[in-house]
Ligand binder design. Sequence first.
Ligand SMILES: [Zn+2]
Length: 301
Amino acid sequence: MRFPGNKKAGLIIMVDAEGEFGRIPFSPRDKFSKRVKMLLSAILGMDYSIKTLNEMVVLLKKYNIPATFFFVGSLFLKKGDKKILTGYLNQDIKTRYLWNKRRLPKIIPSFGGFIQNEMNSRLFEVSIHNFLHESNFSEPDSIISNSIRFSRIAAKRIGFDPKTYAAPWFELEEPKRPDRIYNILKNNGIILTRFDGTREKYGTVITQRTKKGFFKRRGFNCIHSSYFIKTGIRNRKELEIIENGIKDAIKTGTIYTLSTHETTFMRHGLNHFEDILKIIKKYQKDLYMNTLYGMFLKVGK
Ligand SMILES: [Zn+2]
């Protein structure tokens, strides 16, 4: 692939930004043990607030490295906008963790002001991860369609126009109806999605993927997630894997995409994230860094 500025490879950082959704959602297909863990963290009241997102944004600005944030769309809503959420919740939503719908408007924090003030920068792309982290495979088309539509409406209210997407729990291709979510995305103004593999069997975590460029899948633009950072603990071995991934992308002229959650770094702080940014910085001579959509515009078509 050809990258601007004679760079040899591309790099995209992708962050699922979920706020409190990091502790309340279960996929209906999650294991029981996972549900217990999530419940415990909810009871213990761990801090899944805006604090970690803020620290991440500060670091990315410090190192001047772009990133794409897939937000749960309801987080875009400003404090006075919760009516949109209440209206949305009146639908018949099946995703299991939404059992306590009455409490949700109180639990869901408002990131809108922060995003508007701190993330309105060429370094950041604001993208969509459903409105309430709904399970794509549990909900009918109408709910998923509304989920994306409402996310875009909420984003527009704070001055953003998302064109990209990442599916919660990697639920993008339902084995029996693989085209379904792609069609819904198409109909709602989304043009590109992160692709995390097909999930015939849920629970297999993808850590290492072929590093390629953008590709079409069932008529839709996709990009692989090359590596997923799952814990925020400082980890030399993981740094090595990431560094090797970058080197490999430089050698093969491809795009390395690094995925994570903002809540991953909430318990142990941002040291591990900063270590990763330093590694990336080391290769900046050869790396063309951009957001997901920005990269797509430059080298995707
Ligand atoms: Zn998610």
